[in-house]
Design a protein around this ligand. Structure first.
Ligand code: ZN
Length: 270
């Protein structure tokens, strides 16, 4: 019995106690074809059917858990519990009545967080299930064995999100390659070319022209100093220190490389 600390617990009985244990090796995502909150999904499982998923996720990112992740839930046909005792953890997510809309950003974020927890808690490997019983992550229509009579679930838009955003997000966060989203991600894009001439002479990171002019000036200055370094016979340490400063500024380094390449080409042409 494992309960995700990030979900509201709406325990379904008698299923939670009565259904057999599983060793969770897969995570399968669904669309429920209704714009429901997590609580409403729970009420549906409780009152209207003997099927159920482990989790329910509303549009606002409200996440509910109905059954522990080491107990069978009945949302993915043969994947619910296989003869070897392994099975899939399932989530139903709020969608429009056609099952055609994409997940909201709040839903995407919760799917990623839950995916990371499942990886860390149950060792579900960070790959998309290659076969119906291969441990990993998937969406309902990925393997025909996961549906009784075929399904489009969770819909084209969400299959695309799963492949491009949700699953890569789980991998990135589980392996520490990204941090959680920051406020910067919500910033309006800035039209850097639109600031031409408006910000005076001091380079402003939003003013691409001023930035380029400034970079050019500094590149020429360093080039002159490099030329003088030859004449003045600078020590190796001094040249290395200058090289370090240039290497710390890739834009400047590229510009110097271009200027040096141009000079060499001009000499060869002479
Ligand atoms: Zn489904």
């Amino acid at each position: 019995m494992a309960w995700y600390p990030g979900a509201t617990r709406y325990e379904l009985q008698p299923e939670s106690d009565a259904q057999p244990a599983i060793d969770p090796t897969q995570f399968i995502v669904h669309s429920i074809i209704a714009p429901w909150t997590a609580k409403r999904v729970y009420e549906y499982w409780r009152d209207s059917t003997n099927l159920e998923s482990h989790f329910g996720l509303g549009y606002e990112g409200d996440l509910g858990q109905f059954i522990g992740t080491e107990t069978r839930a009945d949302a993915n046909a043969a994947a619910n519990r296989r003869p070897d005792g392994t099975g899939a953890v399932s989530i139903e997510t709020a969608s429009n009545l056609q099952g055609t809309d994409p997940w909201t950003s709040a839903q995407v974020e919760k799917l990623i967080q839950l995916g990371v927890w499942l990886h860390q808690t149950h060792g579900i490997p960070l790959r998309i299930c290659r076969t119906h019983d291969d441990p990993g992550f998937g969406y309902h229509r990925l393997h025909s064995q996961w549906a009784v009579s075929g399904t489009a679930c969770p819909g084209d838009a969400r299959v695309k999100q799963f492949k491009e955003v949700v699953f890569p997000g789980i991998v990135a966060r589980a392996t520490g390659k990204t941090t959680t989203p920051t406020e910067e991600d919500d910033m309006e894009p800035v039209d850097i070319w639109g600031y031409r001439g408006k910000l005076g002479t001091k380079p402003d990171p939003r003013d691409a022209y001023a930035y380029l002019r400034d970079t050019e000036t500094r590149a020429r200055r360093i080039e002159e100093r490099l030329a003088k370094a030859e004449q003045l016979a600078l020590t190796d340490a001094q040249v290395a220190s200058l090289a370090d400063k240039v290497a710390d500024n890739p834009t400047l380094a590229n510009r110097i490389a271009e200027l040096v390449a141009d000079k060499l080409a001009a000499r060869l042409a002479d």
